[in-house]
Design a binder for this molecule. Structure first.
Ligand SMILES: C[S@@+](CC[C@H](N)C(=O)[O-])C[C@H]1O[C@@H](n2cnc3c(N)ncnc32)[C@H](O)[C@@H]1O
Length: 270
């Protein structure tokens, strides 16, 4: 059991993992380089632990000690007790859910191994930049039966705090990894028998209903970046193009919304 340690100095080096959490550019570089990520809120911390991630430390305000008594009791990492004011000074924002944990990242699996363990459905997120969209897309993947997620080299980090939070911990649930060579690595999917379908707005695309009716046993759905959509390289390398017909002059869906529609429509039915 970890004995909570009261920390009163915002400059205390033991809280370094939690500094400047609102500085996205800084944290985006720091966290992968230092092998850490931040889990925020009781549920997300519990889900990270349940998924087997190792805790580096936890920082709690007083009222969360009772709620998380079992987590504190089981913690082998230091648990820091802070006031809400100190938490705000350290992190740079009012920590509404006054429970933060610094967790260790794990090495990412090799894409081949990930695909071999993914029986039927894979999602590929190309260069998604918005952490909320990425988190929501992971939540959709978990909820709608996607077996694994592949990220392109420039895609945002699923373990960034906001992505973790919006996903409600789904980023710990769905196996994922990052591809090194894009779009070249689409060949890895094809080699393992996946049909690759690019979600796009082209007139040449089949509709989502048509794709679903093909009942592909192994199917990978490619979703593009928020602004420009899929790159020409990805479109050229995909086996088929698919679009969700739009009504009322709306040109496209938000990428996370598109992922939910596509995952559901192409779900594998028993
Ligand atoms: C906001 S959209 C990008 C729109 C971009 N102007 C384009 O032409 O693709 C982001 C991603 O969501 C997916 N998407 C959104 N609406 C879609 C639709 N109606 N049909 C198929 N995919 C869609 C695509 O994968 C797209 O790359």
């Amino acid at each position: 059991m970890a004995e909570p340690v009261q920390v009163t100095d915002p400059a205390d080096a033991r809280l370094t993992d939690y500094t400047s959490l609102t500085d996205v550019d800084l944290r985006r570089v720091r966290e992968p380089a230092e092998g850490l990520f931040i889990a925020e809120g009781e549920k997300v911390i519990r889900r990270a632990l349940a998924a087997g991630y190792t805790m580096r430390s936890m920082m709690l305000t007083a009222k969360w000690f009772a709620v998380m008594a079992d987590v504190v009791a089981d913690a082998t990492a230091p648990v820091y007790a802070v006031t809400p004011e100190l938490a705000e000074q350290v992190t740079g924002y009012h920590v509404h859910r006054g429970a933060l944990a610094a967790m260790e990242r794990r090495p990412l699996p090799e894409p081949d191994a990930l695909l071999a363990a993914a029986p039927h459905r894979v999602a590929v997120f190309e260069d998604m930049v918005d952490h909320a969209n990425l988190g929501a897309a992971f939540r959709n993947a978990a909820a709608l039966g996607v077996d694994a997620v592949l990220l392109t080299p420039r895609c945002a980090d699923p373990l960034y705090r906001r992505a973790v939070k919006v996903s409600m911990g789904a980023v710990f649930q769905v196996p994922w990894t990052r591809l090194a060579h894009w779009p070249h690595d689409l060949g890895l999917l094809r080699a393992q028998g996946f049909v690759t379908a690019a979600l796009c707005l082209s007139d040449k695309a089949v509709t989502l209903d048509e794709l679903a009716a093909r009942h592909h046993d192994r199917l990978a759905l490619l979703l593009g970046t928020e602004g420009a959509g899929l790159t020409q390289g990805a479109l050229d390398a995909a086996d088929t193009w698919v679009s969700i017909p739009m009504a009322a002059g709306v040109d496209s869906l938000n990428v996370a919304a598109a992922s939910a529609v596509a995952f559901y429509a192409t779900r594998r039915q028993a």
